[in-house]
Design a protein around this ligand. Sequence first.
Ligand code: SIN
Ligand code: FE
Length: 306
Amino acid sequence: MGLVEISEFSVEGWRDPRFAAERARLCCERLERGEILLLRDFPIISQEERDFLTGVRQTASSFIKNISYDSQAGRLRGVARRGIDVQALKRALTGYADRVNALAAQLLAPYAGALQVDLTSFRPIEERGRNLRGRSRNDLIHIDSFPTRPARGRRILRFFTNVHPSEPRVWITSETLAAIAPRMALDAGLADCAKPDGLARLKTVARGALRPLGIKLRERSPYDRFMLRFHDYLKANAMFQRDCRKDFHEFPPGATWIVFTDMVPHAVLSGQYALEHTYFVPVSAMVTPENSPLRILESIARSPLA
Ligand code: SIN
Ligand code: FE
């Protein structure tokens, strides 16, 4: 799927304000079709923040993937090394999250008021040759689905920024979920996931019994069960990894790109120091809801999934 460079937008907003509403709607339509929007040099971090971030040394670990930050609760996770200035890191991540929020409100104006802020992350480790295990590997092509944050049909919209002063961040993308799901979703187990969960009654009883003890049992919608399964299925499918269509993208230093990662299969091959900010977006806020993975999968499964 294509990469679309947005050249008529700057910190002042759309170059011609008369077409702002139309342009913003087109951006949403393109994202929903599975295109990636690229802002080549939108100033979303300062030189001072870049210098600080590229000085962060994180121990490469096979179980901590990224430094993640809940910008609403001010909670930072995944700092695997002493000597990192945690307060400065929080300030840089808060600044990034705030500026992405302001950018999204204009660039993707049709979603304004509907964007649900999820986590912000910083990725200081070189991706080439990273020693992550099976399902955590990001060099295998996959769609995103979060085991600990159920989407229940909501979209996963992500903003990335390459903070590296000189190296690109290199991705492969492939045909969208809209194209591959009709061929692959049933083989990946969609019918099984769409069936009422056989353990559902037992889980309801267990949930009631465990609640007073402060223990919460996770509840997964059929949609989340399938999307997690599809994520794993794509990563484990050697034939898909080898034969699928591959589009290579080099995101230059300073670039910001935006993509629905639940729709666009992707992998990162190389690059170091990226920022990322995630939103959940309800299907009701889409300008073309029929292009959402939820609606596409429901039409294949012929049953509701959320
Ligand atoms: C991913 O979501 O697979 C990782 C992308 C990246 O870190 O560039
Ligand atoms: Fe991913």
